[in-house]
Design a protein around this ligand. Structure first.
Ligand code: GDP
Ligand code: MN
Length: 396
């Protein structure tokens, strides 16, 4: 689950990670109050107004602006709140900005001695260990750094039995070229960050930039925190940070019906039982000349309700030109699934896209008969080859 920068920073701070302080606001008025509060707390007289959306690249897109007076805070907040922010991560349609973070300016006016670093903590699935990835090339697009100058990205792997060792934190500070107080600050920063990552059951932290201020403090200026959905039950306070408005509405709808759904950009919707079969089905769609419009795993108990919920979500997508339902009847019987499809179809009413149902396994023939006899615009297939051929014909 993704959360906003301001929420991520709140979590980091609670673990002793030094952050650029800020207060979230939903209106220009709240923004001014926030700016005044920050001034009282930190002494700052310049602020940054930062759009809060679940996407990076906000700076380049015009969603992060420096304000040099309270009037300026109001003006910049008015600009950013309600704007449709387009970044390389939002897609061309952009995202509506509903909140701004009013943060203290930590790049002190006139100073040039600041430095930006990149740091992330994530799981290396190949070794099964957490790694800390870091670079002197902070503040920019890390994918570009990885592409052009991979030698400038360092990785520190952590032994799960031992945890992050003090010598590793020192090595990171050293590789970042730090000395004196900044060196000490960085070792503290790294240790606290790693502790927070483990304790929050996160799947990724990305802090870009980590800032060395002109007075040698090390601060998290940005925070992308991705919490592991499977561990949220342990952290009700983090689960409450979910911002439904930032998530894809069809995915939210699917989650309510316990469906594993991921929205994609193609033209063939698919509904499958089992994640492996779902991926194989997406391959088949591609091979037959279509592009999958989604990933949808209805799980082990495909019945009329789940089929109906799944169909509705797929049909909401105007790009969908055909739907492929691919069910293997292992525990679930194919005739039951076929009955479910027919019932769901009748319940939803007008469906203008052709549906191809491929049933294999227990009672597959019986299932095919139910579909064929239904008189609905549903094509049945038993083998994957037949299903793929049907998709190909329709997509053409
Ligand atoms: P992102 O563009 O979505 O990654 O948002 P960031 O939080 O990383 O902010 C983008 C950029 O805004 C940073 O790389 C900084 O250069 C700049 N920025 C952030 N905070 C401050 C600040 O306090 N003062 C100034 N002058 N610039 C800032
Ligand atoms: Mn950033």
């Amino acid at each position: 689950m993704n959360i906003h920068e301001y929420q991520g920073k709140e979590i980091l701070k609670s673990f002793g990670v030094a952050i650029q302080e800020g207060i979230v606001a939903e209106t220009p008025n709240q923004a001014i109050l926030a700016a005044k509060d920050l001034q009282a707390q930190t002494g700052t007289s310049w602020w940054v107004v930062k759009a809060q959306i679940h996407a990076g690249g906000r700076g380049k897109g015009g969603g992060v602006k420096l304000a040099k007076s309270l009037d300026d805070v109001q003006a910049k907040s008015e600009d950013i709140l309600g704007m449709n922010l387009v970044t390389h991560q939002t897609g061309p349609q952009g995202k509506l900005v509903r909140k701004v973070l009013i943060a203290q300016d930590v790049y002190y006016p006139g100073e040039t001695e600041t430095d930006e670093y990149y740091m992330s903590v994530l799981l290396n699935r190949q070794t099964g260990r957490n790694i800390i990835m870091y670079s002197t090339e902070g503040g920019m697009d890390i994918e570009e750094v990885a592409d052009k100058t991979p030698e400038l990205i360092f990785k520190e792997e952590v032994d799960p039995g031992l945890g992050l060792q003090p010598f590793q934190a020192r090595k990171i500070a050293f590789n970042l070229g730090l000395s004196g107080n900044a060196f000490k600050e960085m070792t503290r920063f790294v240790s606290a960050l790693y502790k927070a990552y483990v304790a929050t059951d996160s799947s990724m932290f990305e802090i870009n930039p980590v800032l060395k201020t002109s007075d040698n403090k090390i601060l998290a200026v940005d925070a992308k925190v991705d919490l592991d959905d499977n561990a949220l039950f342990k952290h009700p306070d983090y689960a409450a940070m979910r911002d439904i408005e930032e998530e894809d509405p069809s995915e939210t709808e699917a989650a309510k019906s316990n469906l594993n759904f991921v929205k994609l950009d193609g033209n063939v919707g698919c509904m499958v039982n089992g994640a492996g079969l779902a991926m194989a089905t997406m391959d088949i769609i591609k091979l037959s000349g279509g592009e999958p419009a989604n990933f949808l795993d209805v799980g082990g108990g495909a019945n009329a309700e789940t089929v109906e919920a799944g169909l509705k979500i797929i049909l909401n997508d105007p790009n969908v030109k055909a739907i492929l339902i691919n069910i293997f009847g292992g525990i679930v019987r194919c005739d039951r699934v076929a009955q479910g499809v027919v019932e769901a179809y009748k319940k939803i009413g007008e469906i203008n896209v052709p549906i191809i149902v491929r049933l294999q396994g227990t009672n597959a023939e019986g299932g095919k008969k139910i579909i064929d006899d239904s008189g609905l615009k549903v094509f049945s297939a038993i083998t994957l080859k037949e299903a793929a051929d049907l998709v190909q014909e329709i997509v053409k």
